[in-house]
Design a protein around this ligand. Structure first.
Ligand code: SF4
Length: 303
């Protein structure tokens, strides 16, 4: 099926949940991604490598060939009905945006949220797309039943820079409005400043304006993460820098040419900067309430 210039390929999957074993994410137990590839096409996207599993080009094809896991709801339902399922938290959108435009047609993310709620399984979800508002009531009901939190990814409030880095994503202003609306509807919502792009989005003034805007819209800062280079992102990002910010290309090539991380000194300075700005702006933060505790074992269906 075709929509605009992106090719959508329906596939069947054997499993919906992926066990997360990476030491990098000690708190993450299971991930779920209804799509593979992402129409949003952010130049810094770390998930591009997932397209190499299909012998596709991570630069050219990641946003132009998107796989749709059409049987994901059925498979997820079977997995969550197993006696062995411990109702551990499921993280949605770790390698794709679950609310990219094609979700409007397939509604796989919506179906997954409904199944998670019916099976009393807590979840969290990260997105850049305003389409998540469509499912606000469902998210709130999942939160009441088992626990749920939403994270909006927003790295700058500079509209032009955002459009250049994230060409197919709703604007920062629109995403802030989503934060405001979801908070009003009782969905626990935070903002991730991830990735912070060295030399592009990391100045004192930029971060202050962004964090101020988050709190002005009733949100809270979830976390930040400095840009990390994955092998298959290099080509896309370097080409973009050469075109849009040539004065930064050499620095990025030196730092990220072979390695994946920014220098430790940079990381420390950035963390201190964000903490200082955050402490000056944020009201005393109350943690989200703990998840309701669900009994472990087989459930009767429906709430
Ligand atoms: S929205 Fe997320 S998954 Fe999609 S291209 Fe951007 S960074 Fe990658």
């Amino acid at each position: 099926m075709n929509s605009d210039r992106t090719r959508y390929v329906e596939i069947d999957v054997k499993s919906a949940l992926n066990k997360v074993t990476s030491a990098q994410y000690p708190d993450m137990r299971w991930s779920l991604n209804p799509y593979r590839g992402c129409k949003h096409g952010c130049v810094y996207c770390y998930a591009r490598y997932t397209h190499t599993f299909f012998e596709l080009d991570p630069d050219r094809d990641f946003s132009s060939v998107v796989f749709v896991k059409r049987n994901l709801p059925q498979v997820l339902r079977q997995e969550l009905r197993k006696r062995s399922w411990r109702r551990e938290r499921v993280s949605i959108g770790t390698a794709t945006d679950p609310y990219q435009p094609i979700e409007g047609r397939y509604r796989l993310t919506q179906a997954a949220l409904r199944i998670l709620r019916d099976q009393l399984t807590p979840a969290n979800l990260i997105t850049k797309n305003t389409m998540c508002l469509r499912d606000a009531e469902l998210m709130a009901s999942l939160h009441r039943a088992a626990g749920f939190s939403l994270c909006i990814s927003l790295i700058t409030i500079d509209e032009a820079l955002a459009r250049s880095l994230e060409p197919d994503v709703p604007s920062p202003r629109q995403r802030l409005r989503v934060v405001q609306e979801l908070a009003r509807l009782g969905v626990p919502v935070s903002v991730a400043i991830a990735p912070v792009m060295p030399g592009l989005t990391d100045s004192e003034a930029q971060l202050r304006d962004l964090i101020q805007a988050i709190y002005d819209h009733g949100g809270r800062l979830g976390y930040h993460q400095t840009f990390k280079m994955y092998a298959d992102t290099r080509k896309t990002l370097f080409a973009w820098l050469a075109r849009e910010h040539p004065h930064l290309l050499l620095w990025y090539q030196r730092v990220y040419g072979a390695g994946s991380s920014a220098p430790r000194a940079y990381e420390r300075k950035l963390a201190a900067r964000i903490a200082r700005i955050h402490d000056a702006i944020a009201p005393a933060q109350v943690d989200f309430p703990p998840d309701p505790v669900a009994p472990v074992g087989q459930l009767s269906l429906g709430l």
